[in-house]
Design a protein around this ligand. Structure first.
Ligand SMILES: Cc1cc2nc3c(=O)[nH]c(=O)nc-3n(C[C@H](O)[C@H](O)[C@H](O)COP(=O)(O)O)c2cc1C
Length: 183
């Protein structure tokens, strides 16, 4: 086993979401958070001790889908990087950072870019992973590459919100196909 120090940093909204053209409340634990937790379990099974860190906007997003959608759209248009809560502790110790987020307006939510602004990624391996409503990573990988030009970027996995139950097998498959990195 390679002795990687792994951080799983993720942003996840939960609350109301658009599912099959209907607004439903998916509850406080969002899809990306569930995927992040599953990833942590599978990494633990490989012998790693990953730490989970939730990227939180200082001004939280509303539960309401419409209000969140309007704010997300505006932030994307403005290239906004809202203030986020501090952490994680001992960031400098990690060499591998999984970066999880939902696809919002074709890219990562603004707090993810705040995280990249606030945290040095030079010399680190950054593994973006996404949950989405059908558009997978869309522009997010290019946008993350621009925001973290000195990171080594390894493309992670994409999980469709409608097939969240497939997350364990998607993650397992991804870890297997990247076993050179983890074994
Ligand atoms: C504000 C907002 C914008 C979204 N925009 C997109 C989009 O452009 N493309 C897409 O495939 N899914 C989009 N979605 C769906 C989410 O990516 C998907 O439901 C995701 O799994 C939510 O993860 P979370 O519960 O961790 O926040 C959007 C959802 C929200 C709330």
């Amino acid at each position: 086993m390679k002795d990687h120090k792994i951080l799983i940093a993720y942003f996840s909204h939960g609350g109301e979401n658009l599912v099959d053209d209907e607004i439903i409340d998916i509850g406080p634990i969002g899809n990306t958070k569930k995927a992040a937790q599953e990833l942590a379990c599978q990494l633990e099974a490989l012998g790693y001790k990953p730490n989970l860190f939730e990227i939180d906007a200082l001004i939280p997003y509303p539960v309401s889908y419409d209000e969140t959608n309007a704010r997300a759209r505006q932030e994307k248009e403005d290239g906004a990087m809202p203030l986020i809560k501090d952490g994680p502790n001992n960031y400098e110790l990690y060499d591998t950072i999984f970066l999880g987020y939902p696809n919002w307006w074709g890219t990562a939510p603004a707090p993810v870019f705040s995280f990249l602004r606030d945290h040095q990624t030079k010399g680190k391996t950054l593994v973006p992973f996404v949950t989405h409503g059908g558009q997978m990573f869309m522009y997010s990988l290019d946008d993350i590459k621009s925001a973290a030009p000195e990171a080594e970027i390894k493309k992670g996995f994409a999980i469709a919100a409608a097939y969240l139950s497939a997350a364990p097998s998607v993650i397992k498959g991804w870890l297997e196909s990247n076993k050179d990195y983890f074994e």
